[in-house]
Write a protein that binds this ligand. Structure first.
Ligand code: MG
Length: 301
């Protein structure tokens, strides 16, 4: 049997006026979403994503137990955002990244990590930090092509271009990573507001030093803010232990000390343009002219 202890924090950062990130921490479900879109649409998209997953997790017993069910739940969230964007012209084109960690079989120590977009999940095991997810971003394709280094990607002027996002289309391609958890495994889910400000070695240093999950979440937020905090920052930390008594941590729904859902409220109206720094490209492989146009728009705002 595995048991997770979580800490989580979100922060608007030092530049933005609203927070379009959202996260959820429930017993067995942990997720970070980073919304994008004009007006308040980004925060609507990220909120729908985490809310939909939370509802599915809490309303079904025993919850999501297979990678397929995790994918199904995320597809449901995708559909919900997509329909909302069609119903309201102010929300047209809104979308969100999502990285989620779902405990699918606590007795067999099985979890599934899911990813769409450029939020990330890292695993800390045996003193080493490893990125589990692979970003669906333009700079990631440049890294894979050898055109730029991972370090250059963090400051690249096109780092905000996401190639996959929830809510952009009627269907969604989801990356799933099944992981067998070991005692002492620590997972860090975060939005790009952390990784664009701190490199993996800086993150690893904090992971090594901070023993409590909440302490680590707070320190990573502080680290990103100290480095400029150009974007909203969200961090969820989950520490797993393996326990011997299955009855001890049988899932009974919601209501532990680490159980809470949080979506930071948007700032008042009038801040829409300054927050629109991320653009979802629904069509991967869109022509360079379109990319350039979007980047020019980003830089102009
Ligand atoms: Mg972001």
């Amino acid at each position: 049997m595995i048991r997770g202890r979580a800490g989580a924090s979100t922060h608007v950062g030092q530049v933005r006026t609203g927070n379009e990130d959202a996260y959820v921490v429930l017993d067995g479900l942990y997720a970070v979403a980073d919304g994008m879109g004009g007006h308040s649409a980004g925060e609507v998209a990220s909120a729908i994503a985490v809310k939909t997953l939370a509802e599915i997790h809490t309303s079904t017993k025993p919850g999501m137990t297979t990678p397929e069910q995790v994918a199904e739940a995320i597809s449901t969230a995708n559909t919900a955002i997509f329909h909302e964007s069609l119903d309201d012209s102010e929300k047209a084109g809104m979308g969100t990244t999502l990285t989620a960690l779902v405990v699918t079989d606590p007795i067999a120590h099985q979890i599934v990590i899911a990813n769409i977009g450029d939020s990330r999940t890292y695993r800390w095991r045996d003193g080493q930090l490893q990125q589990v997810t692979v970003d669906h971003s333009h700079v990631q394709t440049l890294v894979e092509r050898g055109a730029i280094s991972a370090a250059e990607a963090r400051t690249h002027y096109q780092r905000n271009i996401v190639l996959r996002a929830l809510g952009i289309d009627s269907s969604i391609d989801i990356d799933l990573f099944p992981v067998e958890v070991r005692d002492g495994d620590r997972f860090i889910l975060c939005s790009d507001g952390l990784v664009d400000e701190a490199d993996d070695s800086e993150i690893e240093n904090e992971v090594r030093l901070k023993s409590e999950p909440q302490q680590l979440a707070d320190s990573l937020i502080n680290l990103a803010n100290a480095h400029g905090g150009r974007d909203n920052i969200t961090v969820v930390v989950v520490d797993f232990s393996v326990t011997g008594d299955p009855s001890e941590s049988t899932k009974v729904g919601v209501g532990t000390e680490s159980t809470h859902t949080s979506v930071e409220a948007a700032s008042p109206a009038g801040t829409s343009t300054s927050r629109r720094t991320k653009n979802a490209l629904a069509l991967a492989g869109a022509v360079a002219a379109v990319v350039a146009m979007i980047v020019a728009l980003v830089l102009a705002l």
